[in-house]
Design a binder for this molecule. Sequence first.
Ligand code: SAH
Length: 223
Amino acid sequence: MGLISIHAQEREFALMREEMVRKQIIARGVTDQEVLQAMRNVKRHLFVPDKYKELSYRDGPLPIGFGQTISQPYIVGLMTQLLRLDEQSRVLEIGTGSGYQAAILGEICDSVFTIEIVENLGKKAQILLADLKYEKVTVRIGDGYLGWPEKAPFDGIIVTCAPTSIPEPLKEQLAEDGRMVIPVGKHSIKELVVLHKKKGRLVRQYIIPVSFVPMVDEEGLKY
Ligand code: SAH
């Protein structure tokens, strides 16, 4: 592609991104200005496979290979807002996938630790995030059920794959006054839940029903 058409395409994507934020995110009630700005800044089309590039800003998830998906923009915006992050926050993400959610977090907080169980996806996300200079984001390949004890405690934990119950190690690695945002449940439709740690106890709030890929172990068995 020539230089001029690349510029034209980037302009087109920038307009689509602006429209995505207005029609999908703000219109549905996300108000956190940091989150909205992060969603304007991160070029979602860089995290989507070539054959779906044109669909990057549509109102839904998209396949990223290995049976996995990049989440719907609204769900990314909602989950990020629910974490109530600021520029001092340390965040753990389980399920790096494309790296898009990690980039959004990287725009907002002090440090992001993200774990992906599919090596190919994790490596790809790691390279892309490094190319884009997200120096605050650290990617690791492994089983996120266990969290990242060496880097704990975390002010926020965001889980982008769904277990049937909340992993104990993640509860332990949440800081006092920290929040975990996680889709959880035994059925195919999960509940998006926020757990807020207050005086060492977890206060649970149900948000909305959501659909997420399952959290699995290294044998591919569901948690
Ligand atoms: N946050 C991602 C979307 C991820 S889809 C994005 O922005 O693109 C969910 C991801 O969770 C998949 O890539 C899947 O491989 C991963 N996953 C599933 N079980 C996991 C586990 N136990 N530990 C870490 N990652 C896991």
